[in-house]
Design a protein. Structure first.
Length: 410
């Protein structure tokens, strides 16, 4: 009994069922199955004219005069064309995926949505036009059309004289050339079902173009417009079309679980413009500190990442973004004089504990204790504000009222 093994899952168009008997045998290449080397062999000699070609196990290879000799001998190099390892036990010889193209085992093909969705062109050539759902069967998952779908119009038996026929693989498939691999459109933790997006809350039809944009202008699969998050927001934050439990604010509407990176506000492109207050204009990014100073609880209504103090909701952004004047020299040179001049400005973002976390340690400018104590009077006379930035009026009295006499007179 032959082992039920898959040689290759290759999407190729149906060709003439007649095998070219005088075609020379292709050389064995243990690295991959080469369609180029089998170019003189009819497609249907190996692949069934079915929805999933390439599932005839070993039969296409060991029947007739092709590779029967290799199959009659012990397992060897020939087996490595399709199998990852050679073993006397067929069921223990796993297959190589072939070929891998964006996680699909497909033979790359040329297809133009623009041509197929051009109503005037289609009506003129074949007498009818098609829509997205005529090829993409909606079964709850994104469906790529297979040969059976294409054959409804392109099989020779259909008899549409101006429709290209499926009798030449090269009409659709590019042997030896791959289209660029598109980036994944859906994250691993995202769940989406086309079946649930046929109609909205009031049973109104949701058109394909509502999400996929100008599909009719796509000349190739790679140029097919990817759905934008903004198109999701249009419906999911419209209570007339989507129930409240499926709002975009609920991460679990689309994501498998609420992740640590989404514990506060939803990303900006997940929210409609109406969900942001009217005063949150582009200038608000510059001016929002004044608003936060007046009423931090107003900010906390939406910005919920807080820990102890409402101002710490700001950390969501300000842990990665700093005010423009907080340059590389800010900590060592500038922040002391600036805070002395305008303490209220600092207090808009920083609580007292923020300052003491650093200032419990001696500043670098204070140097060694023995030398700084001897010299601090001179430094204070030069710039007393450098001292009062941290030390209040009573700080000096703690020592000098205790009759500690300066070592030198200034």
């Amino acid at each position: 009994m032959r082992a039920q093994l898959l040689i290759a899952w290759v999407f190729v168009a149906s060709c003439s069922p007649t095998r070219v008997l005088d075609a020379p045998l292709p050389p064995v290449d243990p690295t991959r199955l080469s369609h180029e080397q089998h170019a003189q062999v009819a497609c249907t000699s190996c692949h069934r004219t079915s929805e999933r070609p390439g599932t005839d196990d070993h039969r296409p290879c060991d029947d007739g005069a092709c590779h029967k000799k290799e199959f009659l001998g012990p397992p060897g190099q020939f087996c490595q064309v399709c199998h990852t390892k050679v073993t006397a036990q067929p069921l223990q010889a796993p297959l190589k995926p072939y070929p891998i193209d964006d996680a699909w085992q497909t033979q790359p093909s040329r297809f133009s949505h623009k041509k197929h969705l051009d109503v005037g062109r289609m009506e003129g050539r074949v007498g009818f036009h098609v829509g997205c759902a005529d090829c993409h069967v909606r079964d709850g998952q994104l469906a790529r059309p297979d040969h059976a779908v294409c054959a409804r119009c392109h099989a020779a038996e259909v008899g549409l004289p101006k429709a290209p026929k499926m009798d030449d693989c090269g009409g659709c498939h590019q042997q030896g050339a791959h289209e660029r691999t598109r980036a994944r459109l859906i994250r691993d933790d995202l769940h989406f079902e086309h079946d649930r997006h046929k109609t909205d809350r009031k049973n109104r039809v949701i058109r394909c173009e509502s999400c996929h944009g100008r599909t009719s202008q796509a000349d190739t699969y790679a140029s097919h417009p990817a759905p934008r998050v903004e198109s999701c927001v249009t419906c999911h934050d419209d209570s007339d079309r989507t129930p409240p439990e499926n709002r975009m604010r609920q991460c679990e509407t689309c994501h498998a679980a609420r992740t640590s990176t989404l514990t506060a506000l939803a990303p900006r492109n997940h929210l409609p413009a109406t969900e942001r207050p009217l005063d949150h204009t582009l200038a608000f990014r510059r001016d929002h500190t004044e608003v936060a100073e007046r009423d931090a609880t107003r900010c906390a209504t939406c910005h919920t990442r807080m820990s102890g103090n409402p101002r710490q909701a700001c950390d969501e952004c300000h842990q990665t973004m700093q005010p423009a004047d907080h340059r590389i020299t800010w900590r060592e040179l500038d922040h002391g004089p600036e805070s002395a001049a305008n303490r209220e400005r600092c207090a808009r973002c920083h609580v007292v504990e923020f300052c003491t976390a650093c200032h419990q340690q001696r500043p670098r400018s204070h140097g060694r204790v023995d030398s700084f104590v001897a010299d601090h009077g001179r430094l204070a006379r030069i710039n007393v504000r450098a001292c009062t930035t941290c030390h209040g009026d009573n700080f000096c009295i703690q020592c000098h009222q205790a009759a500690i006499t300066p070592r030198r007179k200034w």
